[in-house]
Design a protein around this ligand. Structure first.
Ligand SMILES: *[C@@H]1O[C@H](CO)[C@@H](O)[C@H](O)[C@H]1NC(C)=O
Ligand SMILES: *[C@@H]1O[C@H](CO)[C@@H](O)[C@H](O)[C@H]1NC(C)=O
Ligand SMILES: *[C@@H]1O[C@H](CO)[C@@H](O)[C@H](O)[C@H]1NC(C)=O
Ligand SMILES: *[C@@H]1O[C@H](CO)[C@@H](O)[C@H](O)[C@H]1NC(C)=O
Ligand SMILES: *[C@@H]1O[C@H](CO)[C@@H](O)[C@H](O)[C@H]1NC(C)=O
Ligand SMILES: *[C@@H]1O[C@H](CO)[C@@H](O)[C@H](O)[C@H]1NC(C)=O
Ligand SMILES: *[C@@H]1O[C@H](CO)[C@@H](O)[C@H](O)[C@H]1NC(C)=O
Ligand SMILES: *[C@@H]1O[C@H](CO)[C@@H](O)[C@H](O)[C@H]1NC(C)=O
Ligand SMILES: CC(=O)N[C@H]1CO[C@H](CO)[C@@H](O)[C@@H]1O
Length: 543
């Protein structure tokens, strides 16, 4: 692509920017319009991107602007909705994976789910240093420049991390984030590194660097992300592999300041053998690391087979064959953001059935939303606990502790499966009391409408955004094909899922939409209360 084409491309994006809405925008839309009118859905999504952009782009909310690295999140005031202590001054590669995912989608300028103004997420201005001005190409869209500036700062932060703490082999644990960079959180993570989160981040890096090369005029930046990716390939087996065919879920590092070498790593945390988001690291290692034989490589998958299980979920229209969940929390479907699992028919059918089950479960039980691991609701001035065990008991390995708390992001896999149905669940959660504030959506709400979780996090907010944007699996699919790795991915997933799912029933059972709303018991935030608009502005459906 040459410069003038980029210019036209950016200008066309600027033209569709709409007038800014109020932060409590959900009530200005009707659920039925979102479903039937793509322009309404588009306006709604652009509002989501704009308001979530305050979280993703404002220093000391979702990002440390000096380093371009994410902060896990921030507390908010229960009454006003404004930021309130504490800042979660820490993060993990899982948050990076989501940030990189949204960036990749914005670089691409396209979403499989609709014609959205993706750059709205980057509307908060980043002020460039004089030095940055000298090497960062300026465009006529400040939002694009904001995003590119963040990308430069982020890769610098990764490189500094790798230089300062070489023992991690470029992988990252939970870290503290400040203006100088990232540092292992004192205690456990200052000598341990998790596999799962890094597997998530890797695919964000892959999409970003390949897209940058495709654009053609950020080759310096692309090369730095590519080098980082290649470095992770070179250390992955040292850090995470245990013969025969095991990937560790947490590795203990003897000396985090030493160069990577075999004696520096010890498996202490069991194996990453789940068929959920942990699989992202398995796929990465299978495709990119060096293996002596196909048998050695295939052993990675054989070791994971036990947890890939076929169960049935009952609906009034008949049974659905689904993959058994850990909790069946939406979080478990993270890999569908990143990789083209849905290209493989057997996996696609199982995934679609799973999302049908997710929607039927809430529909039948008259829950106003969907379920995922999330920060619990709390009384004002109390400290909410994190509830991992949220999901669907009937099709889960583990005990579910609550179906009292819903979160917007639980709709992300449903949005990946069927955008218009998923968006309605997302909307139905957002429309709950105090579920929108000056920094976008709130973490969670009780189904009784009495309590919220006064917190903002990447996990609960921006996974929803990436779901709305359709994830990045189509992009990574393209790049895997380009690198001749797609067929191996396809064949392995086809083989493993075919083995466990020889017969799939319920394929014709539709996904369901919400049939109840959260009671409006709690008041909206005082700084984000719904204001009725004059008729020509409201429910922005007529454009
Ligand atoms: C960003 O926020 C952090 C945390 O509050 C603060 O230490 C830092 O000085 C801020 N940086 C900028 C550039 O405002
Ligand atoms: C960001 O900068 C642009 C260009 O200077 C300006 O038009 C826009 O209003 C700024 N945005 C904000 C939120 O200040
Ligand atoms: C960031 O944290 C590190 C590690 O605690 C510390 O050495 C450094 O001085 C901090 N930087 C700033 C700007 O606070
Ligand atoms: C990471 O650090 C290692 C060892 O210090 C170095 O050899 C390598 O080039 C670095 N990689 C990147 C991508 O910065
Ligand atoms: C694969 O090759 C490496 C290096 O030659 C060797 O150390 C390792 O034992 C081999 N693995 C298997 C499973 O044969
Ligand atoms: C439907 O699924 C339930 C729950 O697994 C099971 O008990 C029942 O036998 C299944 N019914 C049919 C017709 O397969
Ligand atoms: C979530 O928080 C509420 C309100 O504090 C409490 O009643 C409930 O027991 C908590 N649920 C879980 C699963 O911890
Ligand atoms: C989404 O689900 C609805 C309801 O089952 C169905 O009518 C629609 O065709 C589906 N859309 C797609 C793209 O599959
Ligand atoms: C002016 C107008 O029609 N506003 C409607 C927009 O949608 C919400 C939610 O359905 C209604 O409550 C408003 O009355």
């Amino acid at each position: 692509m040459n410069n003038s084409i980029l210019l036209i491309f950016l200008v066309s994006i600027v033209v569709i920017v709409n007038g800014q809405s109020q932060c409590r925008f959900a009530p200005t839309y009707k659920a039925s319009d979102l479903y039937t009118n793509e322009y309404v859905a588009q306006a709604f999504v652009n509002d989501v991107l704009y308001w979530e952009g305050f979280f993703g782009g404002t220093n000391a909310s979702g990002i440390n602007i000096a380093t371009g690295y994410t902060y896990d999140g921030h507390g908010i005031d229960y009454t006003t909705g404004q930021l309130a202590n504490p800042l979660h001054d820490f993060s993990a590669p899982s948050k990076e994976s989501i940030h990189l995912g949204v960036i990749a989608r914005a670089l691409d300028g396209y979403s499989p789910n609709g014609n959205f103004d993706i750059l709205q997420f980057f509307h908060v201005n980043v002020s460039q240093t004089e030095e940055e001005k000298s090497y960062i190409r300026q465009t006529d869209d400040p939002r694009w420049d904001n995003m590119i500036t963040i990308l430069y700062r982020k890769i610098q932060t990764y490189e500094n991390w790798n230089r300062t703490f070489p023992g991690y082999g470029g992988f990252m644990p939970w870290v503290n984030v400040n203006d100088s960079g990232i540092y292992p959180i004192a205690g456990y993570w200052s000598s341990n590194v998790p596999g799962l989160d890094n597997g998530e981040m890797i695919w964000g890096i892959y999409a970003v660097y390949n897209k940058l090369y495709e654009l053609g005029f950020y080759d310096d930046l692309a090369e730095r992300y590519e080098n980082y990716f290649k470095y992770l390939i070179s250390t992955a087996k040292l850090v995470f592999y245990q013969t025969p065919g095991y990937i560790t879920s947490v590795t203990t590092i003897k000396d985090i300041f030493a160069q990577p070498s075999p004696g520096n790593y010890q498996n202490t945390g069991g194996y990453l053998d789940d068929p959920y988001e942990g699989e992202l690291l398995t796929v990465f290692m299978d495709l990119f690391c060096e293996w002596n034989s196909t048998a050695e490589r295939d052993q990675l998958w054989i070791n994971k087979r036990a947890m890939l299980q076929n169960v049935q979920f009952e609906t009034p229209l008949g049974n659905l064959t689904v993959q058994k969940g850990w909790w069946f929390s939406s979080h478990e479907q993270w890999k569908y953001f990143m990789l083209p699992y849905m290209d493989i028919p057997v996996n696609y059918k199982v995934f679609m059935n799973g999302e049908a089950a997710r929607t039927w479960f809430s529909h039948i039980k008259e829950f106003p939303g969907l379920f995922a691991s999330v920060t619990n609701v709390s009384e004002p001035n109390a400290n909410p606990n994190y509830v991992s065990a949220a999901g669907i008991q009937e099709i889960a390995f583990e005990l579910i502790l609550t179906n009292d708390v819903i979160t917007p992001y639980a709709a992300f896999p449903t949005m990946l499966a069927n955008f218009s149905v998923g968006l309605q669940w997302y909307y139905n959660t957002l429309i709950g009391p105090a579920m929108q504030g000056p920094y976008g959506s709130t973490e969670s709400v009780s189904i009784q409408g009495e309590l919220i979780s006064p917190v903002l996090t990447w996990d609960s907010k921006i996974t929803g955004v990436l779901g709305i944007l359709g994830g990045i699996s189509d992009m990574n699919s393209r790049y895997l094909e380009k690198h001749d790795l797609y067929d191996r991915f396809y064949d392995v997933i086809d083989r493993e899922w075919s083995l466990k799912f020889p017969d799939i029933i319920g394929e014709n059972i539709p996904l369901m939409t919400p049939n109840v709303q959260v009671p409006l018991v709690l008041h909206d935030f005082t700084d984000c209360a719904y204001e009725s608009l004059s008729s020509d502005q409201s429910n922005s459906s007529s454009n």
